[in-house]
Design a binder for this molecule. Structure first.
Ligand SMILES: *Cc1c(COP(=O)(O)O)cnc(C)c1O
Length: 338
């Protein structure tokens, strides 16, 4: 953040701010290129992938993914594992048939659903790797006989994975990469452009790739900070190091949720997310005391999403292990005093 603040005042010693130089200046083009190449190297993406930093968030990605990979008059398979997944299904439905092959809606998305067979003719399987609001996460890559499209907004760079089955990965920056304002797309350039449909220019991933992610003015600050975050990740050992830290954090909090008689988890144990832990008090009468304890410990934003209630501890890459320990200490303090 200090480096980003400095770049706002004077970028690269140019006597100009990052947010006033031209996005086509060589200093900013270098930022964009470094962000694109760091994404590829940190994720271990093979050559067939092009990386872009666009706008519209993951919410536009729901539409963009279908525009670029669902054939005209065709269909694709979708997993309904949470709010964002359901939004993706809704957007894809504007362009063709989105077959839902698994849903956990009936149990308020407390688990990753079982998947049924993928209907013949589906162009891809779309899924949401981590369900931010409900605190569930796919524990492994779905084993299906077709390319995968994944919204990785809330667990990108949190653990290593095999990119081989993917055609498209997209992720809004604001959870694990940098500030809001940009969304990363990594897509297979050989698989794109085969839908037979006319794609509006801004939604056409090939249009952006041909312009090296500079088709129009990019979100310069969000991309710059994302690039700094990736430099930092690389300097401490890359995604494997993040994964180790995230395993430690998740181990701490879930161990306490299971051990402490005052609390229970929302997500089923076998579907638990390492990024967002959802839990509640078994007895609401301790809520005021607990809220007082965590607030005075300096914890912020622990309230659960309104569709789940209770609490949600978001433990994105930027959160140190010690912060999770503070929460565990507070939960133990509540137990001691109540
Ligand atoms: C936050 C989130 C989104 C929404 O992202 P926007 O950039 O706000 O559109 C989509 N999918 C997942 C998994 C998210 O966590």
């Amino acid at each position: 953040m200090q480096e980003a603040a400095q770049a706002i005042l004077d970028f690269n010693g140019l006597g100009l701010s990052l947010i006033e130089i031209s996005h086509r200046s060589k200093d900013f083009v270098a930022v964009m290129e470094e962000a694109r190449s760091l994404t590829k190297s940190l994720l271990g993406l093979p050559d067939r992938f092009d990386v872009l930093f666009l706008q519209g968030g993951a919410s536009l990605g729901f539409l963009t993914s279908a525009y670029n990979f669902m054939p005209e008059g065709g269909s694709a398979a979708y997993v309904d594992s949470g709010t964002w997944a359901a939004n993706a299904i809704k957007e894809a439905g504007r362009l063709g048939q989105a077959h839902v092959i698994g849903s956990s809606k009936e149990t308020n998305y407390d688990r990753i659903p079982e998947l049924s067979a993928v209907p013949a003719g589906s162009a891809y399987l779309h899924y949401t790797t981590n369900n931010t609001i409900f605190g569930t996460q796919f524990q492994s890559i779905p084993q299906v006989d077709m390319p995968l499209v994944a919204d990785m907004s809330s667990d990108i760079f949190s653990k290593t994975f095999d990119p081989a089955p993917y055609q498209l990965i997209y992720a809004g920056a604001q959870k694990n990469m940098g500030p809001a304002g940009t969304v990363m797309y990594a897509f297979d350039r050989d698989a794109a452009g085969k839908t037979g449909r006319s794609i509006p220019s801004y939604l056409d991933l090939e249009v952006h790739a041909k312009k090296d992610s500079m088709f129009n003015t990019p979100a310069v600050f969000a991309i710059y900070v994302t690039m700094l975050t990736m430099r930092w990740m690389q300097s401490i050992g890359g995604v494997a190091t993040m994964e180790k830290r995230n395993n430690q954090k998740a181990g701490l909090i879930y161990n306490e949720i299971d051990r402490n008689a005052l609390f229970e988890g929302h997500a089923q144990v076998e579907s638990r997310s390492k990024m967002n832990a959802t839990f509640r008090l078994k007895d609401e009468k301790f809520a005021a005391a607990f809220d007082e304890l965590w607030k005075s410990a300096g914890i912020n934003g622990l309230k659960g999403h309104r569709s789940v209630g209770g609490y949600r501890a978001s433990m994105y890459n930027a959160l140190p292990v010690e912060s999770v320990q503070v929460l565990v200490d507070v939960m133990q303090e509540l137990e001691r005093t109540h």
